[in-house]
Design a protein around this ligand. Sequence first.
Ligand code: ATR
Length: 275
Amino acid sequence: MKKLFGVIGDPIAHSMSPVMHNDLFNHYGIDAAYVPLHVRKSNLEDAIKGFKAIGIDGFNVTIPHKTEIMNFLDEIDPLAEAIGAVNTVVNKEGTLIGYNTDGRGFVRGLTEELSSLPDKKVMLIGAGGAARAIYFSMAEAGVQKMDICNRTTEKADLLKKACPFPVNTSIFDIEGASKCIEDYDLLIQTTSIGMSPNVDERPLEFNQLKIGCFASDIIYNPLETQFLKEAKSLGANIQNGIEMFVYQGALAFELWTGIFPDTKRMKKNVLNQLG
Ligand code: ATR
């Protein structure tokens, strides 16, 4: 029987996941369809009951349901539980299991570009939902020194306290981080600052970076944020948010099918969709 997958969110029309996953199903000869499903907050519980009733094989979860969905699943992977958000659900013989592939996807995308990740001195910029998934997943991957800078330092403190894996973290406000940014091997920008249409904004100022510094921004619209442009002009190697998007999708696809897909193909597909 044809397998059924989807992505739930509100809004959902502009999700790039359906085209990306349908291309993969086609490429690997899997008889399956992946559809965008518009689910409002007030309908989430009913939607999940419906998915169980029809035996959906799996689905992705996006804004605004990533946390709320946890109330309606049968099991939650420990990392997703710690992060407090689920972006991928697997239907295992009628049991709905929630995972978070955002943070692990970010880490996987990063290790394609960077060797010896655990030895890097990391500065994480931001302390929101995306930062939480990345911080915990980087700690899970063995990163030992990872500082956080955020406008609201209390939020960074909460992140640090909640992390289930050992990691050495100091917390900075924006001004404090600007002063020591050249000490870091890896900068990870997780806020929405610089996202289209506010393309001239950047989360912090710097005029020097460590030699060999790598800068990553989870934003992919624009493909090069002001933060990445400035880091590049100071000699850093850079990575935009396409990798995180592609690798979270690749890990979801692997959870559903057992196949870790061709990420180069996925990246091409996403760039095509972005136009
Ligand atoms: P997400 O779930 O996408 O990560 P979020 O939870 O709203 O979004 O977090 C947004 C992050 O961007 C936070 O780190 C936020 O800083 P605060 O914790 O101080 O609010 C940061 N952020 C957003 N807009 C900002 C701005 N104009 N200046 C500084 N930081 C900003």
